[in-house]
Design a protein around this ligand. Structure first.
Ligand code: COI
Length: 356
């Protein structure tokens, strides 16, 4: 279907809630701006999307996604440039990934006119909700779920697509401690590891709870066959600086999310002339590099997490501590470079920035 922005029904709030939120000290994921977009898919077609006040939903207890998990989501951020104008970072890439997830989960494609134009319209409407402090943003959460009322297991025929937005501070306030997981498994080839299916996150809750009890922040997942090759961290992709090379697991086996921040990082590093290797990297290679003094930096990348330095990586009884952050050339440079582009302080030579 073709939906133009002019076709969005916009039902604005009577009274904004913005004064209830301290945007200068906002935390990640706890506040929601005034409006949301809702679109229904039924009888093989998307209906006219509606922008309405942020509100609770009313759904039947037999709604299928609640039982069988046919649900996917995305994460995107909007910022303000030095003149106070909103910028959205790479929404078309998230739109493409949303539809790769949708395809694997037997869900309909979301048209660009709903996904990207919907984000643009919402960001423009709720532009006052975009915080301006460093490391803050308006986090945009598009998601789709199956809404058939049916207890049997079959791909649904009715879906809801929603976009909410949330003024956000940093996901991680300090460098993270990572536990290398070799008991539980996140993904196998042929599975859904490369999608942003809700189930990928649901299945990680128990293993993550167990390692948090021991004081770690997140899991670094290993492959499901040998528990030998590292894959991704629960909330982000992972990079290692070994000697003068940057290494990140390759995403060709359907087990790792194709992160938009991951792609931005690889692009920026390659343009700077840094060697980036996308390949299998084993935990033993990382241990050997650490013991030889060659593991200089390790960091996660993600929309929510941005560039998240790792201060320690624990595999069995080997706690690999990384050098002090002041000595990190790569992650510190990347964080600044990426922030400068996202906040419109530096020219966007990649067409990553979309203005609403
Ligand atoms: C994001 O980075 O946007 C995500 O969706 C990750 C999620 C764990 C917050």
């Amino acid at each position: 279907m073709s939906v133009s922005t002019a076709e969005f029904v916009v039902n604005k709030v009577e009274n904004s809630r913005i004064n209830e939120v301290d945007l200068a000290n906002v935390q990640f994921g706890k506040n929601y701006s005034d409006h949301m977009l809702v679109a229904y898919y039924e009888d093989g077609a998307w209906k006219q999307p509606e922008i309405m006040p942020y509100n609770n939903l009313s759904l039947s207890p037999a709604t299928t996604f609640m039982h069988y998990g046919q649900a996917i989501f995305e994460g995107i951020k909007a910022y303000k440039d030095p003149n106070g104008n909103p910028l959205i970072f790479r929404p078309y890439d998230n739109w493409k990934r949303m539809n790769r997830s949708a395809h694997r989960m037997a869900m309909p494609d979301v048209p660009m006119e709903i996904f990207v134009e919907g984000i643009k319209t919402l960001v423009q409407l709720d532009r006052d909700w975009i915080p301006t402090g460093e490391d803050t943003s308006l986090y945009i959460r598009p998601f789709m779920f199956a809404v058939d009322e049916f207890i049997g297991v079959r791909p649904a025929e009715k879906f809801m697509f929603i976009i909410i937005t949330s003024p956000a501070g940093p996901y991680y306030n300090k460098p993270v401690s990572i536990f290398v997981q070799d008991q539980y498994v996140r993904a196998f080839p042929g599975g859904i590891g490369y999608t942003k299916a809700a189930g990928n996150y649901g299945m990680s809750m128990y293993p993550t709870m167990k390692i948090k009890e021991k004081g770690y922040d997140q899991i670094l997942w290993t492959d499901g066959f040998e528990h030998k090759y590292v894959q991704e961290i629960g909330t982000m992709n992972v990079f290692f600086v070994i000697g003068d090379k940057v290494i990140t697991p390759d995403i060709n086996q359907d087990t790792i999310l194709a992160g938009v921040t991951r792609d931005s990082v690889i692009t920026l590093l390659q343009e700077k002339g840094v060697v980036v290797e996308e390949r299998n990297i084993s935990i033993n290679e990382i241990q050997d590099a650490h013991h030889a003094g060659m593991l200089k930096e390790a960091f996660g990348t993600g929309t929510a997490a941005s560039i998240a330095p790792i201060y320690a990586l624990t595999y069995h009884d080997d706690k690999m501590e990384l050098p002090p952050l002041e000595k990190w050339d790569v992650a510190n440079w990347l964080k600044k470079e990426l922030s400068d582009i996202r906040y419109g302080r530096k020219e966007d030579t990649h067409n990553w920035i979309v203005r609403p």
